[in-house]
Write a protein that binds this ligand. Structure first.
Ligand code: BGC
Length: 434
């Protein structure tokens, strides 16, 4: 019997159903991360790559907030020749900047992802002419950084493979060629890959893992795009301001948020491959209450799927801090407790808000259209409850005496947000009616 069990486990492990590999461990160790903005890839800036973008003290501030990993977007494409033999300018100041970041992360014991970001204008038609160039670049980068500790330094092949290059077989071929090129220099380093359609969660319904076993997979989430990217003139198409969350925008975009997370959860359960959220963020033009509801929704997903994450950005266009001033007492409370930053606890109101988050229980959740659900707030004698539907409409509002209420909702199936206020403390929690 024992032999049979061991045999069965070996089979399951062989099929990767329950195996925890080194790549899993490394992926889990990313924990909380930040994207270092467009500093080393903003090719549109005439002074690129500027010396003054970030300094070691910024990284120290991040570490103080609880950040353990850095994703560094780099515009490698702009220093690699487009014609054979595809020379890469290794004397370019870009490499000096990368080397500074490597040094700071070593000194501060942070993980670092070397992320090959924008500039690969690939399409289904032209990708073949870039394949060797792409592989050559990765050989140069791997050769240069192969001695960095593989437990802390990672290579991400390509940020958000372009939408115009949506042929998955060709993308996989391009990636496998680059992986072979890296593997000539190191088999120990874990390589990060993502599917077509801009690393979007929606792509995961047909995406299958690649053959190399030392890979980590990544996806991005900015859905609903007309909410998170409202007001940015650089975004094409332009989304006007005024869209709230749960969204009052286009249901077309809104559905992507829920559907892409379903696909991510399914993919994770099906393949048991290491997977993390490499970019997500909500822009400064959305109203702050909606930004809070959105980050709380994402925080909830991250927690329930046990994902490591990298927020975009820090104190830029998608800010976590009031007035973009980086300090423990100026982070928005909802960012702090949704992403568990600054240990989740600072004195005063912040502490009380995060504690309320833990005091509220909604069960069952998901609930059904036919059964009652309970909302309970420990440590209170009364609380105010408002329930919003996904369009931001109030569908229930009441002052509850006591610490529990049972609702027979008769709500339609869908996602709702419960706003719970107890004294001066307020939080938002997601409810699902199936
Ligand atoms: C891009 C940034 C952009 C962010 C949010 C990143 O992948 O490089 O330029 O601000 O996504 O859209």
């Amino acid at each position: 019997m024992k032999k049979f069990l061991l045999f069965s486990l070996a089979i399951l492990c062989y099929n990767n159903l329950f195996c925890q590999t080194l790549a899993h461990e490394r992926c889990a160790a990313f924990e909380k991360g930040l994207n270092i903005n467009n500093w080393l890839e903003e090719y549109w800036n005439p002074n690129w790559p500027t010396e003054t973008g970030y300094s070691k003290s910024d990284f120290e501030d991040m570490k103080t907030a609880g950040i353990s990993s850095i994703r560094l977007p780099i515009g490698f494409s702009f220093i690699s020749d487009t014609l054979p033999p595809y020379d890469v300018d290794t004397n370019h100041v870009l490499f000096q900047r990368i080397d500074s970041v490597v040094k700071w992360t070593q000194e501060l014991n942070l993980n670092l992802i070397i992320d090959n970001h924008h500039g690969w204008f690939l399409t289904n038609e032209n990708w073949r002419s870039h394949k060797d160039r792409f592989a050559h670049l990765w050989g140069i980068v791997a050769k240069r950084y192969k001695n960095l500790d593989p437990s802390h330094y990672f290579f991400e092949l390509m940020n958000e493979p372009p939408i115009a290059f949506n042929d998955l077989d060709s993308l996989n071929l391009l990636f496998n060629t680059a992986i072979d090129s890296i593997r000539k220099y190191t088999t120990e380093h874990t390589i990060i890959v993502s599917p077509n359609l801009g690393s979007w969660g929606m792509a995961f319904n047909v995406y299958q893992p690649l053959a190399d076993t030392n890979l980590i997979y990544t996806f991005h989430c900015y859905d609903p795009l007309d909410f998170t990217h409202q007001g940015f003139t650089w975004h094409d198409p332009y989304y006007p301001t005024g869209t709230a969350f749960p969204t009052t925008g286009d249901p077309f975009y809104e559905n992507f948020l829920y559907e892409s997370w379903n696909r991510i959860a399914d993919w994770k359960a099906t393949y048991n491959k290491p997977l993390f959220l490499g970019e997500f963020g909500v822009g400064s033009y959305a109203d702050q209450d909606s930004r809070c509801r959105w980050i709380e929704f994402i925080g909830d997903k991250i927690d329930s799927l046990h994902l490591s994450w990298f927020y975009w950005d820090w104190a830029g266009g998608f800010p976590m801090f009031q007035s973009n001033s980086v300090a423990p007492d100026s982070i928005y409370d909802c960012f702090k407790y949704s992403l568990h930053l600054y240990s989740d606890t600072v004195s005063g109101i912040n502490e009380s808000i995060s504690s309320l988050f833990n005091e509220v229980k909604i069960y069952p959740n998901p609930a059904s259209t036919t059964n009652a659900l309970s909302i309970e707030v420990t440590n209170t004698t009364c609380f105010n409850l408002i329930i919003y539907d996904v369009r931001g409409r109030i569908i229930f509002e009441n002052n509850i005496q006591g610490n529990t209420t049972r609702l027979k909702p008769n709500f339609e199936r869908g996602i709702y947000v419960a706003e719970i206020t107890s004294g001066s403390r307020k939080i938002f929690k997601k409810m699902v009616i199936k």
